[in-house]
Design a protein around this ligand. Structure first.
Ligand code: G3I
Length: 458
C-alpha cells in the first residue's frame, strides 16, 4: 500500500503540478482532500451547499479548475444559461457552454443552480420586439425548452430574476415581460416551470433585498401572496453583492428568517463582498453565520472563484486572490462553517491544490520511476462511513500515455490520458478502510505528475 504523503508535501506537489499542467494545457489538477478541510465539505457537515459561479471559458485553466473542484460542491453558470446565451434566435437553442459546466459539475459530484430563465437583462433583441401574445408564448417556450434540457440536473432554478425596481417604491421593474404581460408574468413563469421539472426548487432571485427595505418588502409581499394562493414558489435567492455603498445589513439574518417563515427556502445566491483583510473576512463571517442561523437557508454561492475574474474585480470581492491564494475571507468562511483549515488534505487553491468530495479520499504517490516511465498508485480511503463503490478521475499530461492499470477499471475520456477509475473487486470499504489501484505511464519526455481528482463514493 502507498505511504500517505504528508499534507505539506502534497500541497507543494500540487502547486508544482498546477504550473506544469497549466503549461501543458491540461485541465485537471492533482490532489487529495479530507472532510471539513474545504468549503463544500464544511458546509455539507452543516447541511448546506457551498457553491460558486463558474465561467465555461475558464475551466481549461488548471488552477481555476482545481480550486473549483477542491472547494465547492455546487456551481452556477455565470452567464451560460442566460437567455442570450441559449436562445439568441427564437426557438433555436444552443447549450454548448452551459452543458460544459453541467458536465464538469456532474463529473465532480457537484450540484448545479440554474441561472436564470426570465430576466430583463442579457435578453436578445428579438424578445423585446414581440407583441404580448407572442411574448407569452416565447417566455413559456423558453422556460420549457431550457428546463427540459436540464431536467433532473438542476437543484434550484432562478425562474425570475430582478423583477423589482431599486429605490423606495417597491414597484416592478420595467421590462418587456412586465410592460406587455403585466404583474402576472412572474406567476405564469413559476407555474410553467413547475410543470416542466417538478423536482427542481423554483426561486425568485434579486439584489438589494438582503435587508429589510421597500424592495425586499415588495418581494416578501409577492412571495407571501404566492404561498397563500398556491403559486409554486420554493425559495427566494438573495444575491448579496456587498461593498461600502451597500454593506451587509444589520438585519440580514432577520430578513432571511422572515422569508423562511413563509415556508420558503432561502439561498445566498451571488455573494461577493468588496474589500480585503480582516474587515472583508468579518463581513463574510457575518453572512455565513446568518445563513447558518436560519434553518431554511439551504446554501451559499459566491459569485466567482477568483478575484481576477469577478465582475467587480477591482474590488477584490472573492475568497481567492488572482493567483488562487486563499484570502483571510476564505479562512473566515471555512471557520464559520466549522471547517478545519489545513485539515490534513489538499484542498485546492494557493497553499494547496486538489480535489475531493467527502466520503472517500484519493491519495497519489509515485511508486517507481525509470527512464521513459513511472508507476503511480492511488490509495482510496473511505471516510467516516463505509462505502460500496468509488470513482477517481486521473489525468496525465497530454504527451504521456497510460500503458497499464491494475486493481481498477478505467473509463477513458480522452485518448490514454484522461480516465475515470472505478473498482474491480475492491469497491466495498468499511469506514476508514483503504484500497489502492496502480498504473504505468510512458512519459514521452514529460515527467510531470498526473492529476488525481476528487474521490466520489456511494
Ligand atoms: O462574451 C462576451 C465577449 O464575447 C465580448 O467580447 C465581451 C465584450 O464586452 O463581452 C462578453 O460578454 C460579457 C459577459 O459578461 C461574459 O463575460 C458581457 O459584456 C458582460 O456584460 C457580462 O457581464 C455579466 C453580467 O451579469 C451581465 O449582466 C457578468 O459576467 C455576470 O457576473 C453578471 O452577473 C449578474 C447576475 O447574472 C445577476 N445578478 C447580478 C450579477 C452581477 O452583475
Amino acid at each position: 500500500m502507498a505511504k500517505k504523503i504528508p499534507a505539506r508535501a502534497r500541497r507543494a506537489l500540487s502547486v508544482l503540478t498546477a504550473g506544469v499542467l497549466a503549461a501543458a494545457g491540461v485541465v485537471s489538477l492533482a490532489g487529495t482532500a479530507e472532510a471539513a478541510g474545504t468549503l463544500g465539505d464544511a458546509a455539507a457537515a452543516k447541511g448546506r451547499y457551498f457553491g460558486t459561479a463558474v465561467a465555461a471559458n475558464h475551466l481549461g485553466e488548471a488552477p481555476y479548475a482545481s480550486t473549483l473542484d477542491a472547494q465547492f460542491d455546487s456551481v452556477t453558470p455565470e452567464n451560460e444559461m442566460k437567455w442570450d446565451a441559449v436562445e439568441g434566435s427564437r426557438n433555436s437553442f444552443t447549450f454548448t457552454a452551459a452543458d460544459q459546466i453541467v458536465s464538469h459539475a456532474q463529473s465532480k459530484g457537484m450540484k448545479v443552480r440554474g441561472h436564470t430563465l426570465v430576466w430583463h437583462s442579457q435578453l436578445p433583441g428579438w424578445v423585446g420586439g414581440l407583441g404580448a401574445t407572442d411574448l407569452r408564448a416565447a417566455m413559456n417556450n423558453h422556460i420549457t425548452q431550457v428546463m427540459t434540457h436540464y431536467k433532473g440536473k438542476i437543484h434550484s432554478w432562478d425562474v425570475v430574476n430582478e423583477a423589482f425596481q431599486d429605490g423606495n417604491s417597491g414597484a416592478r421593474r420595467s421590462s418587456p415581460f412586465q410592460d406587455k404581460l403585466g404583474d402576472g408574468f412572474i406567476e405564469e413563469a413559476f407555474r410553467t416551470a413547475r410543470t416542466v421539472d417538478p423536482t427542481a426548487k423554483l426561486c425568485y432571485n434579486d439584489y438589494n433585498t438582503d435587508g429589510r427595505n421597500a424592495k425586499s418588502d415588495a418581494v416578501y409581499a409577492m412571495a407571501k401572496d404566492f404561498k397563500q394562493r398556491g403559486v409554486p414558489i420554493d425559495c427566494v435567492g438573495f444575491q448579496s453583492h456587498f461593498n461600502s455603498n451597500s454593506p451587509v445589513p444589520s438585519d440580514y439574518r432577520a430578513n432571511l428568517q422572515r422569508f423562511a417563515d413563509l415556508g420558503l427556502d432561502v439561498q445566498i445566491t451571488e455573494l461577493d463582498i468588496e474589500g480585503s483583510g480582516s474587515a472583508q473576512a468579518a463581513n463574510y463571517t457575518s453572512v455565513v453565520n446568518a445563513c447558518l442561523a436560519v434553518t431554511r437557508c439551504t446554501g451559499l454561492t459566491v459569485w466567482g472563484v477568483t478575484d481576477k475574474y469577478s465582475w467587480r474585480s477591482s474590488g477584490t470581492p472573492l475568497l481567492f486572490d488572482g493567483d488562487y491564494n486563499k484570502k483571510p475571507a476564505y479562512d473566515a468562511v471555512l471557520a464559520a462553517l466549522g471547517g478545519t483549515p489545513d485539515g490534513g488534505g489538499d484542498d485546492g487553491g494557493g497553499d494547496n491544490g486538489g480535489g475531493n468530495t467527502g466520503s472517500c479520499t484519493a491519495t497519489y504517490t509515485q511508486t517507481a520511476t525509470w527512464n521513459g516511465g513511472y508507476n503511480g498508485e492511488v490509495t482510496v480511503k473511505a471516510g467516516s462511513s463505509g462505502i460500496t463503490t468509488w470513482s477517481v478521475p486521473v489525468t496525465v499530461p497530454s504527451s504521456q500515455q497510460v500503458s497499464a492499470l491494475w486493481n481498477g477499471a478505467p473509463t477513458w475520456n480522452a485518448g490514454n490520458t484522461v480516465m475515470t477509475v472505478k473498482p474491480t473487486y475492491n469497491g466495498t470499504l468499511a469506514a476508514g478502510a483503504s484500497t489502492s489501484f496502480g498504473f504505468t505511464v510512458m512519459t514521452n519526455g514529460n515527467t510531470s505528475a498526473p492529476a488525481v481528482g476528487a474521490c466520489t463514493a456511494s
